[in-house]
Design a protein around this ligand. Structure first.
Ligand code: GLC
Length: 605
């Protein structure tokens, strides 16, 4: 990856800078680490993952000593995420430790937290047992840097949470920062150490602190369902293997993919689930994944972070994630007093109100069978000879006619989850089915329609076709988006004038394709509706034909759109797949609204 690309990716990832870190030397040459479950057969794996796939929605809790400074150290507001204050403020170990004396969560009510999660419709909780500041939120025998020995509260915080979770039937997982530890000597740091007290050997740190602490966590709190590793700086296969055997303590435990970096410095492939951080992938992924996201911009509490996402956004994010077959792990950052910020509580309640009516369209569902629905999202539940489709209507149709293009099945019933009595008339159309809806949305955030269809799902892709003049438009709405690189962020964005476009094209591996149906083949001129700050190289390929090298010219600014002729291409009769890929080394990020193909007449050829 070229340097400027890395910067681009990092900018896109903004708060998840660590995703961009190059793998540290020593990782690449070793024999690969395969993880504790590498011998597991598929049925056992499916069984182990079953509750998690059914759950779809969990609560992330980032809580620790960093909630005391809450983003301000010595009167100075420290930039970036709150739980990283020790790192960004370059706070010496002994000075940071003073904050624990003020960590006194007198209002901590774990039952209330668990109820809040449950009422929001969440099925599991993942809490920071130890974050990068090395502070244990539990009673540990291997270090005094813990809530019992170093705070006025002097009690284990995880035990009552584990009890409450069990009481309310919520699964519990622990986040544990196995590699980064800015307080215990030898722990890894990002961008170097800043206090000699941090000096030490990492193997010693792992052996004396991290491994025994994880052992304590998996031994002393009853059933633990998830172990959420993070930022595997300087982890090697041998170091990862030091944690082996811990699955014996919690058979069936689920691990995320952050025990070890994979190739190219991204989070690895070992683990049960991948962890897109602070973003939702544009399309489904063919493995288990969990998008984790903050409600404002920080994980750990920051007193002045008011950049809250709306409840509408959070609900739609949950639906969006489910429609792509993933789980949504939504974060709260409690205060040092033990309270969850009221803005977060308010949002969790709003999600809960929506879930109370609509949760059957989320739990146990799988990804949408439609490539894209212009008015919203879909989820589904498949049975042996029938399917429940859940249509999530974000944009209510002005004419009351909701078009479900491509659906070929017989529909045996349709009703609103919010009102079973309200009739919905279903009609077949040339392209699929049409639902006759009332004039107004039942829920402006997302009204859910349950559609019962007979038999195995039969969804046909509706392909763009030629106009009378033979032209064809390849719009972003019809594009298949691929982000094979872990840092890929290519997605559909909405411009101020509501024209959708492809943005976040910061990884040269990200590409798009369109399937088209051509009945008048020939030679086509290609016009791009595009914004480009610099010349940018791409290739276009139709079917098995040779790739065409094309250049998008600068449009006068990275956000200034222009329609420009970029070349010509042949298209054969019938169905064709047109693939557009960045071409190194001349590729630069662009924003694309559409490609428009114009059929050349005989006299123009
Ligand atoms: C990160 C950060 C962090 C946060 C987390 C959540 O990479 O280091 O502070 O805990 O991921 O995904």
């Amino acid at each position: 990856m070229k340097k400027y690309q890395l910067i681009e990716v990092c900018q896109a990832a903004l708060l998840s800078l660590l995703i961009c870190m190059p793998a540290h030397s020593g990782v690449a040459d070793e024999s690969p680490y395969e993880g504790p479950y590498h011998n597991e057969d598929i049925d056992d794996r499916n069984q182990r993952m079953a509750w998690w796939r059914e759950a779809r929605f969990g609560l992330f809790i980032h809580w620790g000593v960093y909630a005391v400074p809450a983003g301000t150290h010595n009167g100075e507001e420290i930039e970036n995420i709150g739980e990283w204050i020790m790192h960004y403020g370059r706070i010496p170990v002994s000075e940071y430790k003073q904050y624990s004396r003020e960590f006194n969560p007198v209002n901590y009510d774990p039952e209330e937290w668990v109820r809040l999660a449950k009422d929001a419709g969440m099925k599991y909780i993942v809490i920071t047992a130890k974050h990068h500041d090395g502070f244990a939120m539990f009673d540990t025998a291997v270090s005094d840097w813990n809530v019992v020995d170093s705070t006025p509260h002097a009690r284990d915080l995880l035990r009552p949470l584990a009890e409450a979770a069990r009481k309310y039937g919520i699964k519990l997982g622990f986040y544990y920062s196995q590699a980064q530890d800015w307080v215990h000597p030898g722990g890894a740091t990002w961008e170097g150490r800043w206090d000699p007290a941090q000096n030490g050997g990492m193997d010693d740190y792992l052996r004396d602190i991290a491994v025994p602490q994880v052992r304590e966590l998996l031994s002393n709190y009853g059933e633990i369902s998830v172990l959420w590793w993070d930022t595997p700086i300087d982890m090697t296969a041998d170091r990862a293997a030091m944690f082996d055997g811990l699955t014996d303590l919690q058979p069936g435990i689920i691990f995320n993919n952050r025990l070890l970096y994979g190739k190219g410095g991204t989070y690895g492939e070992v683990g049960d689930l991948r962890t897109p951080e602070q973003h939702i992938p544009p399309t489904g992924l063919d493995y288990d994944w969990e998008a984790c996201q903050t409600m404002n911009t920080t994980w750990g509490y920051k007193s002045y972070d008011d950049d809250w996402k709306s409840s509408e956004q959070l609900i739609r994010n949950l639906i969006d994630v489910a429609s792509k077959g993933g789980n949504y792990l939504l974060n709260v950052g409690p205060m040092a007093s033990g309270e969850i910020p009221p803005e977060s509580v308010e949002r969790l309640r709003a999600v809960g109100d929506w879930m109370e009516v609509n949760s059957s369209s989320i739990y146990g569902t799988t990804a949408s069978p439609f490539v894209r629905l212009k008015w919203g999202r879909a989820t589904k539940k498949e049975y042996s000879n029938a399917t429940d489709l859940f249509l999530h209507v974000f944009e209510w149709p002005e004419d009351g006619q909701l078009r479900v293009d491509g659906l070929r099945n017989e529909v045996s019933g349709a009703y609103f989850l919010a009102d079973y009595q309200l009739p919905i008339e279903v009609r077949k159309s040339a392209t699929g089915i049409v639902l006759d809806l009332p004039n107004q949305a039942l829920d402006p955030i997302s009204t859910v329609i349950a559609l019962k269809v007979k038999g195995e799902l039969d969804v046909e892709r509706i392909l763009p076709t030629q106009t009378a003049e033979g032209g064809i438009a390849l719009t972003v709405d019809d594009a298949n988006i691929h982000n094979p690189g872990y840092g890929g962020r290519l997605r559909i964005g909405q411009g101020s004038n509501f024209a959708s476009h492809l943005e976040g094209w910061t990884d040269s591996r990200s590409h798009v394709d369109w399937l088209v149906e051509i009945d008048r083949p020939g030679n086509f001129q290609i016009y791009a509706d595009v914004a480009a700050g610099e010349p940018s190289g791409f290739s276009l390929q139709a079917g098995t034909a040779k790739e065409k090298q094309l250049t998008v010219k600068p449009t006068g600014g990275p956000k200034l759109f222009q329609r420009q002729l970029i070349g010509t291409m042949e298209l054969p009769e019938g169905e064709s797949k047109i693939v557009m890929r960045p071409q190194e080394p001349s590729w630069r990020p662009i924003i694309l609204r559409s490609l428009n193909l114009r059929l050349l007449t005989d006299s123009e050829k």
